[in-house]
Design a protein around this ligand. Structure first.
Ligand code: ADP
Ligand code: MG
Length: 150
């Protein structure tokens, strides 16, 4: 599934729609260069989950947990992770429960330690906007994409 989103507002709105497409948590990998809008999309997802507070980029903390009205959300940014094993020390296995929604920026940095995703989203430049390619990996991910296109 491909989506072209013209600006930051469209990106945030799409994030909210993505949140609404989730039935029971899941793992979403967010790929794309710096400045492509991964954090903007994550912020939209959190808003869509009913989180009203601030959403900071977890660049230095690696992960920010949110207890939203729609359930637990963990927002990762692994850009600064030097070794996937560091994730073990963070106790990240506890984060990947059935009900939790995990949004992961720079998932390749956690290769070998992260679980496989339900959905992969690749973000690229498209003029002044962004194009998103959504690739479902599991049935859960397929359900998200199906719900999004309905
Ligand atoms: P990343 O987390 O991928 O590094 P950010 O979410 O921090 O990127 O966004 C970087 C910039 O891109 C922000 O200034 C944001 O306003 C802008 N942006 C986000 N989505 C879009 C879009 N669909 N079209 C144009 N600009 C966008
Ligand atoms: Mg970011």
């Amino acid at each position: 599934m491909k989506q072209v989103l013209a600006d930051e507002q469209a990106m945030a709105a799409f994030g909210a729609a993505l949140a609404a497409s989730v039935t029971e948590g899941g793992v979403i990998f967010l790929r794309g260069d710096l400045g492509m809008g991964k954090t903007t999309l994550s912020r939209g997802v959190l808003r869509g989950c009913g989180h009203t507070g601030s959403v900071k980029s977890p660049t230095y903390t690696l992960v920010e947990p949110y207890d939203t009205p729609s359930g637990p959300v963990f927002h990762f940014d692994l850009y600064r992770l030097s070794d996937p094993e560091e994730l073990e020390y963070l106790g990240i296995r506890d984060y990947f429960t059935e009900q939790a929604l995990c949004l992961i920026e720079w998932p390749d940095k956690g290769d070998g330690v992260l679980p496989s995703p339900d959905l992969e989203i690749q973000i690229e430049l498209s003029g002044t906007g962004r194009s998103l390619l959504l690739t479902p990996v599991t049935q859960k991910g397929q359900a998200m994409v199906d719900n999004l296109s309905n």
